[in-house]
Design a binder for this molecule. Structure first.
Ligand code: PAF
Length: 328
């Protein structure tokens, strides 16, 4: 009798796994994100789609919906939680609304270079944060890189903290960014990315902050004059799958997604870093004035922003902060 039941259970589990695979293989998965396909994030996304296709022998198919076609990052994260969208690529900043510990990535000047960022996002801190998404109906696969963020504006070069005062600056929908810019005396306006170009064009806002690649592919040179290399924060970009879909996958299929993400991330970061150098001269050629800040002024801005870190460190938790510090 026992062996009969065991046999029935095995047949049932085999059936579930085959049926599940069929559900994934019978349709084209929806992968939406906010940047353009030409951006290094878009190139990384295409590499991920290609790898999943290869590793599954062409059985798992995905269609990319770049350039906010499926909505803002907050909207596409919600759609992925609901299973309406299968995969989302997003800057991690909007995730703080779901998992407060993500705020660690938004701490001003947490990283000085990409090596430090890689050590933290690929180390225990990154793994813990990816795992925390599962309580929110999401599965974190790996982190791509959006990059170090710099301020652009239409008014003046930023060379000291005082130059930020009074600027009406768009921030991501994230409390750490809002507080950081308020602390510097700016008028911080949280706004979904799809609204930003028009708001800059109409003069509703003066400034925004993003990495070089985003400034370039979104042609912000048309609506902004100054790029100040503030390097005030680093944006990881999380690749996230709907848990509804994940739970239907066989362990082999789950592994295909994680492995493909990790392979694609190495490629994506290389492209991102190689393109940064080229973009700086392109932006200059398009008429943007690019200025560096002196180490002394950067240190002063950093000191002014320490209270923001102190405010959010308790919600991140001592252990994660300590792990981040030891990984750097
Ligand atoms: O500024 C943002 O909101 C993000 O950096 C962007 C451009 C949507 C990319 O993730």
């Amino acid at each position: 009798l026992v062996s009969g039941r065991l046999c029935a259970a095995l047949v049932a589990s085999l059936f579930v796994s085959t049926a599940a695979s069929a559900q994934v293989q019978d349709r084209t998965l929806k992968f939406g994100y906010s940047t353009f396909e030409a951006h290094p994030l878009g190139q990384g996304a295409n590499k991920f789609v290609e790898l999943v296709g290869q590793k599954s022998g062409g059985k798992i198919k995905m269609k990319v919906y770049p350039a906010t076609q499926l909505g803002s990052e907050t909207q596409t994260i919600s759609a992925t939680q609901g299973g309406v969208q299968d995969i989302v690529g997003t800057s991690t900043a909007p995730l703080v609304g779901l998992v407060k510990e993500y705020a660690i990535f938004d701490f001003p000047f947490l990283f000085s270079n990409e090596k430090e960022a890689d050590a933290v996002v690929d180390g225990p801190v990154g793994q813990t944060l990816l795992a925390k998404l599962s309580d929110k109906n999401l599965v974190g696969l790996c982190f791509f890189e959006n990059g170090f963020r710099h301020v652009t504006n239409s008014k003046r070069p930023i060379t000291t903290a005082a130059d930020v005062e009074g600027l009406k600056i768009r921030t991501m929908q994230n409390p750490v960014y809002i507080d950081a810019f308020k602390t510097l005396g700016a008028n911080a306006v949280p706004m979904p990315w799809p609204e930003v170009y028009t708001a800059l064009e109409s003069g509703a806002i003066d400034a925004q902050e993003n990495p070089y690649g985003i400034i370039y592919v979104n042609k912000l040179n048309e609506v902004q004059k100054y790029v100040s290399v503030t390097k005030h924060a680093y944006s990881p970009w999380a690749m996230i799958m709907s848990k509804k879909l994940w739970d239907k996958l066989s362990p082999e299929e789950q592994k295909i997604f994680v492995d493909s993400c990790n392979e694609a991330k190495t490629y994506q970061r290389q492209v991102s870093r190689a393109e940064d150098a080229k973009i700086i001269s392109e932006l200059k050629a398009k008429g943007m004035a690019i200025n560096e800040l002196s180490p002394e002024e950067t240190a002063k801005i950093k000191a002014k922003l320490q209270p923001v870190i102190d405010k959010y460190a308790p919600s991140v938790g001592e252990e994660l902060v300590r792990q981040a510090q030891t990984s750097i």
